[in-house]
Each structure stands twice: as structure tokens, then as C-alpha cells.
Design a protein around this ligand. Structure first.
Ligand code: GTP
Ligand code: MG
Length: 247
């Protein structure tokens, strides 16, 4: 509550279902709770990673920030805010395209700026794909058009977020569908590129080896649904050998 510039949580608890909220229901898979242990302060103008095994609650962290989860009233001290003034772009784990051209899918209603657009295409490793399509970026995709691969859809979803002018960018596992070479390209060209300068990125990823060297802040979520700040990644991985293998 103090600093409006802070995005984060302080000992907060979130639930997906209302049932889990009052605590009267027996615990079940549907009553998952995300617990934040201590302070999580995602850094502005920086790259923040959210790591953890599958099903632990990484997507839930983003959803809690987006106000999509029930905030548990039991948690007293929990500030979190996602300033909307500069805009928030959210690339969902399930990437998607609309039934229109690839270009329209990337612009997503924003005006076409050729230089910015070409940079986005390059940084998101889409240039070669577009060259191979007969109509280039005017190719229609979706139900009546070309079916994109999972990796192509993921990169279009990423490109949409990067092209947007949003100051805060939530990227849920955008590297997951990509091969090592393409993931490396995106980490280097896009996540360290000029278009993300001055913006705040929250990246959920399993690819800790690739992304952690450029991360400014790391949060781990455990299978117990507890999210905490990772202060020293090598110490953390040494203590969590099982997790280190899963990552
Ligand atoms: P991966 O994407 O597989 O790596 O998992 P994750 O770490 O992103 O986990 P996620 O946050 O998606 O899930 C954590 C828990 O929340 C799981 O028990 C899910 O079943 C539950 N959950 C996720 N999304 C929803 C939802 O929309 N509704 C409800 N009720 N539960 C959800
Ligand atoms: Mg997820």
C-alpha cells in the first residue's frame, strides 16, 4: 500500500474458489491456495522470473496480480498492485491467434509502425516463418486460414505483447513450445532487446538455465503452493535438488 510503484505481495494468500476462501470446505484439488511467504517485490524496469515445478502455482501468481484470484481476507498485510496507467500486456500460457492476418494478430489494434513491427518480428524469431508463407505477414491464420504450429503461435503471442506499448509485460511460459536455438534467440534478441528497455517483464519459465543469467529478480513457487523470493539461485538449487532436476 505504501509505494504505488511496487508490484508484489506481502504474506498474501489467494484462492481460486470461493469455497477455499472461508475454509469450511474440505481441501481438494479445487481449493488450491497460493501463499506468499514474506515479501515479493517484482522489480520495475527489470526482468523478473517466476519458476517452479508444473502445477505449483506460477500461472496463479500472474492471475493473482491480475485480480483473477480471490484474495483471502485472513492475510492482513498483503499489498499488491498492478498499475494500469502504463498498460499491462499478458501473454497467456495457452497462446492464441484470431482469425485474421498474422500482422493484425501482432498489431492487435495498435497502429502499424513499420520500424517497430519489423524489429518485433526479428526479435521474436518470426522473420523466417513469415518469409516461408506465400502471403508473408498478410497470411490469414486461424479457423479459415493457415494453422500455425504451437511454437509459431507462442511467438505471435509474444510479439503481440512486445509490440504493445504496455509498460508491464506478463509472459506465461512463452519459451515452452520453442526449441533451444529459438529460446536462446528470444532471450538474447527480445528479452534483452531495445523494445523491452524501460519496461517491466514477469516471465514464467521452466528454462531457468537460459533465463536466470539475465534475471534481476527470481521468485520460486513450490509444490506446496508457497511463493518466495529466491535470493541466491545457486544456493536455492543446491537445496532443492529435486526441483533443480525438474526445472
Ligand atoms: P504449469 O503451467 O503446468 O507449469 O503449472 P503452474 O505452476 O502454472 O500452476 P497453476 O498456477 O496453473 O496451477 C496451480 C493450481 O491452481 C493447480 O492446482 C490448478 O489446478 C489450480 N488452478 C489453475 N488455474 C485454475 C483456475 O482457473 N481455476 C481453478 N479453480 N483452479 C485453477
Ligand atoms: Mg502455468
Amino acid at each position: 500500500t505504501e509505494d504505488t510503484n511496487v508490484i508484489g505481495f506481502n504474506n498474501a494468500v489467494f484462492a481460486w474458489s470461493k469455497d477455499a476462501e472461508d475454509g469450511t470446505q474440505t481441501p481438494s484439488a479445487r481449493s488450491f491456495r497460493l501463499r506468499v511467504d514474506g515479501k515479493l517485490m517484482f522489480q520495475r524496469n527489470a526482468l523478473n522470473l517466476i519458476i517452479g515445478p508444473t502445477g505449483s502455482g506460477k500461472t496463479s501468481v500472474l492471475m493473482a496480480l491480475l485480480g483473477e484470484m480471490h484474495f483471502m481476507p485472513t492475510s492482513i498485510d498483503a499489498w499488491y498492485n498492478l498499475p494500469r496507467e502504463g498498460g499491462v500486456a499478458y501473454a497467456a500460457q495457452e497462446s492464441w491467434v484470431q482469425n485474421e492476418t498474422i500482422r493484425e494478430n501482432i498489431l492487435f489494434g495498435a497502429p502499424y509502425d513499420e520500424e517497430r513491427y519489423n524489429k518485433v518480428v526479428h526479435q521474436c524469431a518470426l522473420a523466417r516463418d513469415l518469409e516461408l508463407f506465400t502471403a508473408g505477414d498478410k497470411t490469414e491464420v486461424g479457423e479459415k486460414g493457415l494453422t500455425l504450429s504451437g511454437g509459431q503461435k507462442a511467438r505471435v503471442t509474444l510479439a503481440r505483447a512486445i509490440y504493445s506499448s504496455a509498460e508491464i509485460i506478463l509472459l506465461d511460459d512463452v519459451l515452452a513450445a520453442l526449441d533451444v536455438h529459438t529460446s536462446k534467440w528470444i532471450v538474447k534478441e527480445c528479452l534483452q532487446g531495445d523494445l523491452v528497455r524501460g519496461r517491466t517483464i514477469l516471465l514464467v519459465t521452466h528454462n531457468v538455465a537460459l533465463a536466470s543469467p539475465i534475471a534481476d529478480y527470481i521468485v520460486s513457487v513450490g509444490l506446496d503452493g508457497i511463493a518466495r523470493e529466491v535470493q541466491d539461485l545457486s544456493v536455492f538449487l543446491a537445496k532443492n535438488k529435486k526441483l533443480a532436476r525438474e526445472l
